[in-house]
Design a protein around this ligand. Structure first.
Ligand code: F0G
Length: 344
């Protein structure tokens, strides 16, 4: 049978109510790409879980198929979320697929162009809030408490159910859980989901390295950050909704949550691109964390199996690349000009 999406494949492991009406874009089933050249640097067997291959270009589709399927099954008419961009694009696509009204709140001027374009293209009502993601999240929580609009942020438990499938797929591909799982942490839904997924699937447990951006690292600092700031806008979050659960996951797994600088994130993004894997800045945070820990002698990778979760596609945030590189050369359309330009 051809692939029919995550609820069809893993629904029996997901705690979804009977009224759930599957809404799918055949999300999930993303590649676990071996990275032998990079792995040799650490002496480990390294893989990238490339979540940019999901239908809307990020891991959010895993949770969104579950949340929208649940909402659609109980005749909800309108869904809403706050977002740094990827949740917005995903909610917009699944709401469209389900025939629901989709409303997304984003922090003004702080959402990468590929995400904003996605949310608009899928037909959501996009509202920019003069504030941070955290401010936008407070607003959507309030409106969903006072009206019948359904919340599809990862506070919604069905989002977590859907996102557990990332852990299931990794176990199915490798035959067991890896030794380490490295991933970015923003609102902390994904780290919570992966840990729940590994525990439930019973194919072993990884140690988890959660990575925040230094300018938005409430879980490392131990207090909320009022004005989070990072080039990795996806994880520009100062008050993670599932912060406690993220800390529990790190602690229970004998792992940790660390912070890396924007420079380290951009360097990791370049390293991945040089291997043919283009991810958005936030998505490179997992590798940046692994590199930082390894350089500091805090990561014993020798002979280990390590999975780095790359959460979103590079095409989500093209301006990061085009702004930092010189424009391509322009030549007359002659053979000699071409030879000249490539300096053979
Ligand atoms: N990576 C990317 C590309 C993201 O978009 C996000 C979160 C994360 C990592 C962090 O995941 O929040 O579960 O800890 N993006 C949310 C959004 C906040 O609105 O798209 P998390």
């Amino acid at each position: 049978m051809t692939y029919q999406g995550l609820i069809q494949r893993y629904g029996r492991y997901l705690d979804l109510p009977d009224h759930t009406k599957t809404i799918s874009l055949l999300e999930g089933n993303t590649p676990l790409i071996p990275m032998p050249r990079l792995g040799r640097q650490f002496g480990c067997e390294l893989f990238v879980k490339f979540e940019g291959a999901n239908p809307t270009g990020s891991f959010k589709d895993r949770g969104m198929t579950a949340a929208i399927s649940e909402a659609a099954g109980r005749a909800v008419q309108t869904v809403i979320c706050a977002s740094t961009g990827n949740t917005a694009a995903s909610a917009a696509a699944y709401a469209a697929r389900a025939g629901l009204r989709g409303i997304v709140l984003i922090p003004e001027g702080k959402v990468a162009v590929g995400k904003l374009a996605g949310a608009i293209a899928y037909g959501a009502e996009v509202i920019q809030v003069q504030g941070s993601f955290d401010d936008a999240l407070s607003l959507v929580v309030e409106i969903t408490q006072k009206t019948p609009i359904a919340l599809v942020n990862s506070i919604n438990p069905f989002r977590i159910e859907g996102q557990k499938t990332g852990a299931f797929e990794i176990c199915d591909d490798l035959g067991s859980a890896p030794d380490w799982l490295c991933l970015p942490v923003g609102n902390a839904g994904n780290i919570t989901s992966y840990w729940a997924g590994f525990k439930q699937y019973q194919k072993g447990l990884p140690q988890i390295l959660g990575v925040q951006a230094a300018g938005a690292a409430p879980l490392v600092l131990g207090h909320p950050v009022e004005k989070p700031d990072t080039i990795a806008t996806a994880i520009r979050i100062g008050k993670p909704a599932r912060g406690e659960q993220a800390l529990d996951a790190a602690h229970e797994s004998n792992g940790r949550i660390i912070a890396v600088t924007d420079e380290q994130i951009l360097a990791a993004q370049k390293i991945l691109s040089a291997e043919g894997v283009w991810v958005e800045p936030a998505s490179a945070a997992g590798l940046a964390g692994l590199l930082a820990e390894s350089a500091a002698g805090r990561f014993e990778a020798e002979g280990k199996r390590v999975v780095v979760v790359c959460t979103g596609h590079g095409m989500k945030d093209p301006s990061i690349i085009t702004e930092s590189f010189r424009s391509p050369k322009i030549i007359p359309s002659t053979y000699n000009a071409l030879l000249d330009a490539i300096k053979l």
